[in-house]
Design a protein around this ligand. Structure first.
Ligand code: ADP
Length: 470
């Protein structure tokens, strides 16, 4: 067991500045309007740094820097770009070096060449649930493909991207990556509405995604959206066929709703358990949940830490009430977790298991907390019907020892990622993204380069003769 010292205290291995400005053109620039906002730690509820409060003027300044840098960055050789990015983004540096265009010999004199060209300057808007991971998922392919970026972190979690810049900010030419902090409407909207970005990439709530798409439609630019989810996690009865490692793994799979405190768009927030082993499996699952260690996130033994913000804490608590009012049964948890000492002001929720039916709001609406809603199913057809009875289609889990059943279920579930006998793995080499109202486009995987490139066709005639029209 190790308990790391909190940032800013004696012995801390990570420390934050007391204030962060915008990172524009390779340096820190104060906000045009001179305003800052406080950033509290969810662990204790205490402010630990203050952040520049960006507005349209700051976005313009960042776009000036990005436009100044985009052409020369876009023309660097892939080897040069890969060499810079390889310090952090190894998968996409490999992908960009291996990428090739194509040529088609249309006839003896005519050749169609296809080149991948960067889009230019792109805007990226990041959520608060995995502040660094969500930023790097977007930055790696955009920068590898040769784009310059203006990125807006979430107002709840703006600090960690600046910590990253303190480590790697000098690697990129000035202006290739710019960070404008601030709130959604004040800084995000001017970025997503700007006629000076060639694309907007967004991760966040489905309702915000709809707005982003509206802004982008004014300028007829493409968007990629990674939105909400209400992912089903299906446990067929054969998982119970033996009391072995696989059974243990499937119980861990049930508990995955609490990973990152449930603040994951793919949170397996609906557990569907086959009737014939329902009571046994659920009983063992609840026991597993009750053994989760909750507390200080800087303690390496801790499994469940604090929710990201007070707003999110209150939203989750309101869903705990909604569930009870709808008649769902609380099998464990169901309340705020009271923590001792310094943690008393932090935002902790007990991992919670509800039992109910799929039409309830707690089964249909994204809670984004350590809450799973459990319901039984009769057979394969019933499982697929319940799994697909949702507006969303981001993730799903299928647990069975029967690989034919696993294959059929995986193909029948309308979701972009079906984890099969695993959950919550996110390798760079596997495409991630939503069906239905969970989004447009994919993240990770080589195919994501397509979202940050456009195709240039050179149609070349090698014949000296007139074409014969005039
Ligand atoms: P949440 O409500 O869970 O914070 P959001 O979708 O509101 O999720 O936030 C995700 C990101 O989108 C954040 O960076 C936020 O500042 C930004 N955002 C929110 N509203 C808007 C908006 N109207 N225009 C552009 N960006 C926005």
């Amino acid at each position: 067991m190790t308990i790391y010292s909190p940032p800013g205290s004696d012995g801390a291995i990570v420390n934050y500045e007391s204030r962060y400005d915008h990172w524009i053109g390779g340096e820190y620039v104060p906000p045009a309007k001179g305003q800052y906002f406080e950033n509290p730690s969810p662990v204790t509820g205490q402010n630990f740094t203050e952040i520049a409060r960006g507005t349209a003027d700051d976005v313009e300044k960042a776009l000036d820097a990005a436009h100044g840098a985009a052409d020369s960055w876009g023309r660097t050789s892939v080897a040069e770009r890969a060499n810079i990015l390889n310090k952090n983004f190894r998968y996409f540096t490999g992908a960009i070096r291996a990428q090739e265009g194509s040529l088609g010999e249309l006839d003896d004199d005519t050749v169609a060449y296809h080149f991948h060209e960067p889009l230019g300057v792109v805007g990226q808007i990041i959520p608060w649930n995995f502040p660094l991971l969500m930023a790097t998922w977007k930055l790696a392919p955009a920068l590898a493909a040769g784009n310059a970026v203006v990125l807006k972190p979430a107002e709840q979690t703006p600090a960690s991207i600046h910590y990253l810049m303190s480590l790697v900010g000098d690697l990129l030419p000035p202006g290739v990556l710019n960070i404008v902090n601030g709130f959604g409407v004040e800084a995000g909207k001017p970025l997503a509405s700007s006629s000076r970005v060639a694309k907007v990439a967004f991760t966040g709530e489905t309702t915000t995604g709809r707005l982003i798409m509206q802004y982008a439609s004014e300028n007829l630019i493409p968007v990629t959206l990674e939105l909400g989810g209400k992912s089903p996690n299906i446990f067929f009865d054969d998982v119970r066929a033996a009391d072995d490692d696989f059974y243990d793994k499937s119980l861990e799979g049930f508990s995955m709703f609490a990973l990152n405190q449930g603040e994951v768009c793919t949170c397996p927030s609906r557990a569907l358990i086959q009737q014939s082993h329902y009571a046994d499996f659920l009983g063992a699952g609840v026991k597993r949940v009750e053994n989760m260690k909750q507390g200080n996130p800087l303690d390496t033994d801790t499994m469940v830490g604090a929710q990201a913000s007070n707003d999110q804490l209150e939203k989750i608590l309101s869903y705990l009430d909604i569930g009870r009012q709808e008649g769902a049964k609380v099998l464990t948890g169901g309340a705020r977790a009271e923590m001792p000492g310094d943690l008393a002001g932090g935002y902790y929720v007990q991992p919670t298991v509800f039992e109910g039916s799929n039409s309830m709001r707690i089964f249909q609406e994204e809670i984004f907390g350590p809450v799973v809603s459990v319901t039984p199913f009769a057979d394969y057809a019933d499982a697929i019907k319940i799994a697909n009875d949702t507006l969303y289609g981001l993730g799903a889990g299928v647990w069975t020892r029967d690989m034919n059943q696993a294959y059929r279920a995986g193909r029948a579930i309308k979701a972009g990622r079906v984890w099969t006998n695993c959950y919550h793995l996110y390798p760079a080499h596997a495409a991630f993204g939503g069906y239905k109202q969970s989004g447009i486009g994919r993240e990770n995987h080589r195919m994501m380069l397509d979202h940050y490139q456009q195709t240039k066709n050179l149609l070349v005639s090698y014949s000296p003769k007139a074409m014969g029209f005039f």
